[in-house]
Write a protein that binds this ligand. Structure first.
Ligand SMILES: [Zn+2]
Length: 142
């Protein structure tokens, strides 16, 4: 298996600052607990490059659940649809916080498919969002 190219520290910092130190998919603050990775939105195996427009800040768990995928199944109708692309799409166009402020709702096929594949409403993540709101690391509905 080919070794993944190392992303230079300056580029990692540039991506993190641009993304506001929040993970592109689950919107968790990057300073809390979970290892941070720089995600290739279009995977290297699919021809993606290590350039700012193809990189986003991600938590380890979202990165692992996504893997090399670019599509997933919309649970509403079973169609294969593109995953959310953090550099080409706006999070708020595809996702919304439910009234509880900690559960994510999919507004589009892409949003719904991304939620399922990346398990954005897992018990662990929902509980983490609750804690981050209480301690002021995340604003409700942000
Ligand atoms: Zn995440």
């Amino acid at each position: 298996m080919a070794r993944r190219p190392r992303i230079p520290a300056a580029l990692r910092r540039q991506v993190a600052e641009r993304d506001g130190w929040r993970y592109a998919y689950c919107r968790s603050p990057s300073i809390v607990g979970v290892p941070t990775v720089i995600e290739h939105i279009t995977p290297l195996v699919a021809g993606g490059v290590s350039a700012p427009d193809n990189l986003c800040l991600s938590c380890y768990r979202c990165n692992e659940f996504k893997g090399p995928r670019q599509q997933a199944v919309d649970p509403r109708d079973g169609r294969l649809v593109p995953l959310f692309h953090p550099r080409q799409q706006r999070w708020a166009d595809h996702f919304a916080w439910a009234d509880d402020g900690v559960t994510v709702e999919g507004l589009t096929p892409t949003g719904r498919a991304t939620i399922v594949l990346l398990q954005l409403n897992s018990d662990w993540l929902v509980q983490a969002h609750r804690i981050w709101i209480v301690v002021g690391l995340q604003s409700p509905l942000e």
